[in-house]
Design a protein around this ligand. Sequence first.
Ligand code: 0A1
Ligand code: ZN
Length: 876
Amino acid sequence: MRDAEPKAIHLADYRPPDWLVEKVDLDFALHPSQTRVTARLALRRNPKGAAGAPVVLEGDDLTLVRLAIDGTPLAGSSFEATGNRLTLAHPPADAFLLEIETLVDPTANTQLMGLYRTSGNYCTQCEPEGFRRITYYPDRPDVLSVFTTRIEADKQEAPILLGNGNLVESGQVPGTSRHYAVWHDPWPKPSYLFALVGGRLAKVADSFVTASGRKVELGIYVEEGKEARAGYAMDSLKRSMRWDEEAFGREYDLDVFNIVAVSDFNMGAMENKGLNVFNDKYVLASPETATDADYSGIEGVIAHEYFHNWTGNRITCRDWFQLCLKEGLTVFRDQEFSSDQRSRPVKRIADVRMLKAAQFTEDAGPLAHPVRPETYREINNFYTATVYEKGAEVVRMLKTLLGEEGFRKGMDLYFERHDGEAATIEDFVSSFADATGRDLSQFSLWYAQSGTPVLNVSGTYDEAAGTYRLDISQSVPPTPGQPEKKPMVIPLALGLVGPDGRDQPLMLGNTPVERGVVEVKEATQSFLFTGLDARPVPSLNRGFSAPVNLVSDLTEADRVFLAAHDADPFNRFDALQRIALELLKTGARTGTLPAPDALVTAARAILADPALDAAFKAQALALPGEGEVARELAREVDPDAVFAARKALRVTLGTTLAEGFTAAYAAGAASGAFSPDAASAGRRALRNLALDYLAVTGSADGIARAKAQFEAADNMTDRITALAVLAQHDVPEREAALDAFYRRFERDALVIDKWFTLQAQIASPTTLDRVKDLMLHPAFSLANPNRVRALVGAFAAANPTQFNRADGEGHAFVAEVVLTLDSKNPQVAARLLASFKTFRQLEPARRGHAEQALRRIAETPGLSPDVADIATRSLA
Ligand code: 0A1
Ligand code: ZN
């Protein structure tokens, strides 16, 4: 058991460790309920630690069997072992060998942290604080050690035994049915990067030759029978390895790289050194079972975990406050990889949609926190969109400010200086400052200040002088613990679009604006652009160069113009979205949608533009989500009104552009065999968007078209979209198709997750009962995080009208699930609870219901620290 009431931990209190571990030998005797772990820690007093400090090791839920120092068993009087720590008040010397034998029960481990079982196999998850559930250890990321791991198991039960690093020995245990393997990882690492796997798994093997000619054996381990579904993951891995060499000069550094796919996993995947463990959702794909989104998710997550080998593993974090040091940077790297593999503008649009949906929402609510927090109670709750996605935006802004070359110099210096170390954000930022000679002190506020900056921009054209003045003011709204903010450095990429649709020169005085980026640094600031012979339309924050909320004086006509002509594809997309958002906001507020003519004109032009690729069109023509409209409205939100406005606008677009959508639907028909490449995926995306618009009224021919596509589909993207279209309409075809889908895929849990999700998202008052029924379905299990997320998570996060039902039943239901789940898996329970983060935006009645549900949770005795922390912060 952990401390009941965990104390707040503060960045300012950081102290170097008192003791270091020079090397550690681990010995695991795997057993379903009594796994014996023997750890031999070569401890050495840290000269930088507190003089005379005791040895204090963390533990969690361990049964201590034996302790010895330099081979001599330790009497009970010379140490203190509680559930949470092992203390040696009087260490015998400044360097000694501590031997610890503990027992752990992997079968009883439902938290999925530490050593646990999944589908009968053994696996581990140690980030951030799971290693202490395996043995007593200084379980903090700044204690780096060289690990050797011996794993022993029954050969029948676990024919495959995997560890970090390289395999150095394996064999039979004489006279028994057991065998063993010894793995050695030469690279010093913190305990959170430790992993082992034991079980019955099939291997998909390949190899990779690094730039300097080192051959690496690659293995992807999956449940037997699923080997054929690992091909795309393997291909993604090899492409990632090559890309990191080319884009960042980073080579792989072991003889083997293994990935194991497991079906019970709290998160997406984990970058354990040389032995990544993955949620099987991010490994397994076939055309029949995986959507295009699944394929790109696999590519992105495989890349992400692989890239951690340098950004996270070779250079790790000094403490958990620095989590964004590895996560923000690695997300940035995986985004860049996917941009290079696919379409850069479309990838950027998808990333920004995600950023706004997840991070801007978080930043606007009670759970807002800085990219680098300064205090936490439960670190598990900080694997957030802010740390990951905003963290990536901050790295992207550095690149925008410094340029390609300056950025690369800074990265090279960072690797050179800190390889083998546990670093901080200061170390990271200094590398860029020193490599380029730039002062980045104001820039560092991006790590410290929470909240999404608001940028107010207005423009004035002076015809006589041929100048255009941009007046800009910035502010950052108050967030928890931060009532007042300082001005930030905002890299604003922009263009001035002339009446002919081309960019006019971008000159400040006589100086061209370098790379088209101006730096906004003051609370208010003006930029005077010269040499303009006509009034330009400003295209602001191109490529979403800064993660800000932009408020400008652009008119609807300006936006129609930009949607048609902007040289920046992101801003063409954004112009259209902004027109739609304004309509939706007014529609939701007043109950009447304003005339959508401008949107129809702009959308028609985009749909018909032969120069635009299908993937871009699909993104541009998909209306902003209900969540985005709600966030823009900010207060007194009635989710039913938002839904109604959005539905009305979809109906308008679907009917007025029916001809264009019919043509797009026909043109997007597949030719040849399925391929997951970006261009084919883009064609499917546009065709499926057209299908949705053509069926939005529920007309007989729309439904018939969806039904036909559902039945004839040769790939999951087409099949599930057709099913999603049918699911939105209360027609007999809906239940028939849902049943047919279930029967077809009932043996495939990952596909059944899609079936759960789709039903959880139906915007109908009957959905809550449907979700409750589905929780009793044999395919559902509260013990499996993917199932919980697919059904209850989707209901809470992606069905705003039903989660926020006016009678409060949606909130009450999710709160109940959170409480039930908390005793099994606090991390997943806490994540589910975080879906309440937008409740303050709601109109008073719904807000009241949400608050009541949160209070009911907060007042429940015996909560996990994870859930208690989210409930407390949500209500603060
Ligand atoms: N470092 C991983 C994320 C991760 C964090 C915690 C986990 O524990 C359940 C698992 C994975 C990543 O960024 O991919
Ligand atoms: Zn990561």
